[in-house]
Design a protein around this ligand. Structure first.
Ligand SMILES: [Zn+2]
Length: 136
C-alpha cells in the first residue's frame, strides 16, 4: 500500500469517514453473526481502500455495511426524496466511489461484499456464508 493511495482515500472520503467511525446497529448485527459462526475478522482496517467495515483476513473478503441513505439503496430511497437533483448527484458520487474502492480491493486480491443496512439478520448471514463458502 502506497502513501499516495492512502492520501487519496482520505481526501475523497472525509464525509464518509466521519460517519463510519460510529459503530452502527447493522454493523453490530454483522459482528454477532461472524462471532456466532466463529469467523475471525478485523474491523475498520484503515490501511485498505475504503476502510472496510469488516475484513475476513484469512479468507480474503472485505465487507461493507452500506447505509441505505448514503449509498442510495434502491429499495429504501428510490425517488422518494425532496431536492432530488442534489441528492441524485450526491448519491451518484458515493456510488462511483464505491466502485473505485471495490476495484482497488479486488486488485489486491480481496473479494468484496456489500450488505445493505436494511437486510434482515438472515439476509446478511446468507450473503456472508455464500461469499465465505466460495473461498479459495
Ligand atoms: Zn435499504
Amino acid at each position: 500500500m502506497t502513501k499516495t493511495r492512502l492520501k487519496t482515500d482520505a481526501a475523497t472520503s472525509l464525509r464518509m469517514q466521519r460517519i463510519k467511525t460510529v459503530k452502527t446497529e447493522p454493523e453490530r448485527r454483522v459482528e454477532q453473526i461472524l462471532r456466532r459462526e466463529s469467523i475471525s475478522f478485523r474491523r475498520n482496517l484503515r490501511l485498505l481502500p475504503g476502510s472496510p467495515d469488516f475484513v475476513l483476513v484469512d479468507r480474503g473478503v472485505a465487507v461493507f455495511v452500506d447505509g441505505c441513505f448514503w449509498h442510495g439503496c434502491p429499495r429504501c430511497f428510490a425517488g422518494t426524496r425532496r431536492n432530488r437533483s442534489w441528492w441524485a448527484a450526491k448519491i451518484e458520487s458515493n456510488r462511483q466511489r464505491d466502485k473505485r474502492v471495490n476495484a482497488r480491493l479486488r486488485r489486491r486480491g480481496y473479494r468484496v461484499l456489500h450488505l445493505w443496512e436494511h437486510y434482515s439478520d438472515r439476509q446478511m448471514e446468507d450473503r456472508l456464508m455464500k461469499v465465505i463458502s466460495s473461498s479459495h
